[in-house]
Design a protein around this ligand. Structure first.
Ligand SMILES: NC(=O)c1ccc[n+]([C@@H]2O[C@H](COP(=O)([O-])OP(=O)(O)OC[C@H]3O[C@@H](n4cnc5c(N)ncnc54)[C@H](OP(=O)(O)O)[C@@H]3O)[C@@H](O)[C@H]2O)c1
Length: 382
């Protein structure tokens, strides 16, 4: 029997571990052939024991082992690209966080058959490059982000040409009910305390600033070939509906499920099939209310910055993403305040002279420039 050969990139993270959980619960369907981590060697070793992949890659270049038993060990950024070249992979699950996912995504698009893409930063930076390469090589990108998985599933019930609008829902994050006057004192712990989802640190802070929703707007624009103006964010605190679409005849479709990332991960891995997940069902009789609000762009200016960058296009989304990555890291490491995140990103976007129709080189240069500029501006804040 043919087993689908799967690589899980970022296997030690929140998406990666949930992905391996889904795989472990589908015996006889998948063969894990490659895994990767940045620094979490302990967990990677445990995953190797369990899944026996042919190869693994560790981001940090430390030690000189070339094998762990029968598993080949690659190292560093170039090692990851080499692993993707050497190992035969049918489906790749991309759970690496941040812009570091861009090169492996592009490399994987040379050879895989299907990409289950959780990472959003690579698409925000270089959506045109990624989507055109996937189309040229006839590779299906199935989104893993719960909202985009919902939209993908809803669109699949109709024709893309008849799509009118996307409603991207969001629970509102941990600060939905916190007064703006208290934002100045938001701690890292508060920002990481998401009410609905358990996720990595970067995406959790993005959820607190609501930059996450902004990045998702740009991500949706690339995945579904939509104009930014036709993608509307709706705050939906109950997080029952994971997003909706409207077709030209006025029909609206929504996708619902419990808040468990294993649902969209499994859908992406088994697509176009569906298989039994064993995950509990929504209990409608226990849902008291489904509410929807327009987002508050004054309290959460990151969303407005993302709409601005998305509408400007070119290298602006790359600058937005890079500046945000630096700002979030500075906040997590305690060097700047929560409210400084949108302030600095706005300044950096204001300084940027964009390039229209950028190639990969322009995108990477904009990313580099934005990181330097963000750090330079932050020096004045300390
Ligand atoms: N978590 C969710 O529920 C969720 C939902 C939707 C979308 N996403 C998206 O999925 C991506 C992953 O999110 P996450 O929450 O799973 O993040 P995470 O828990 O922080 O995990 C990130 C993974 O990537 C690895 N990694 C980090 N930096 C790397 C680098 N420079 N090179 C190679 N590998 C690197 C990490 O290795 P170490 O363990 O060694 O650090 C880890 O395995 C993000 O783009 C996020 O926006 C996540």
């Amino acid at each position: 029997m043919h087993l689908e050969r799967i690589a899980v990139l970022g296997s030690t993270g929140s998406i990666g571990t949930s992905g391996l959980d889904v795989i472990a619960k589908s015996p006889g369907r998948f063969k894990v052939c490659a895994l990767s981590t940045n620094i979490n060697i302990k967990l990677l070793k445990a995953q190797v024991e369990r899944f026996k992949p042919e190869a693994v890659c560790i981001g940090e270049i430390k030690g000189n082992e070339e094998r762990w038993g029968k598993t080949r060990v690659y190292k560093g950024e170039t090692g990851l690209l080499k692993m993707l070249e050497d190992v035969k992979i049918d489906t790749v699950l991309v759970g690496i966080s941040g812009s570091s996912a861009l090169s492996p995504v592009l490399k994987a698009l040379d050879s895989v058959k299907k990409m289950a893409l959780a990472n959003k930063e690579a698409l925000v930076m270089a959506g045109s490059v990624i989507m055109s390469k996937a189309a040229k090589n006839n590779i299906t990108i199935v989104p893993v982000d719960s909202e985009h998985s919902a939209i993908f599933q809803c669109i699949g019930a109709g024709n893309r040409k008849d799509l009118k609008k996307i409603f991207l829902t969001g629970s509102g994050g941990p600060l939905l009910k916190v007064k703006k006057s208290r934002f100045r004192d938001i701690t890292v712990k508060q920002a990481l305390n998401h009410p609905r989802w358990k996720m990595g640190k970067k995406i959790s802070v993005d959820s607190a600033t609501m930059m996450n929703k902004g990045l998702e707007v740009i991500e949706a624009a690339w995945l579904f070939n939509m104009e930014i103006k036709d993608i509307e964010i709706l705050i939906h605190p109950e997080a029952v509906i994971h997003s909706m679409v409207e077709f030209i005849d006025g029909a609206m479709l929504a996708q619902m499920a419990v808040c468990d990332m294993r649902v969209p991960i499994q859908y992406a891995l088994t697509y176009p099939e569906r298989t039994d997940s064993g995950i509990r069902s929504l209990e409608f009789s226990k849902i008291k209310n489904l509410s929807f609000y327009k987002p508050d762009f004054r309290r959460f200016p990151c969303m407005g910055l993302a709409y601005y960058a998305g509408k400007k296009g070119g290298t602006f989304p790359s600058v937005l993403n890079a500046s945000n990555e630096v700002a979030v890291k500075e906040f997590i490491e305690g060097r700047v305040k929560f409210i400084d995140i949108p302030r600095v990103i706005e300044k950096v976007l204001g300084f940027h002279k964009g390039v229209d129709d950028p190639g990969l080189g322009d995108i990477l240069e904009a990313d580099r420039w934005a990181r330097v500029k963000t750090k330079e501006i932050f020096k004045c804040y300390r």
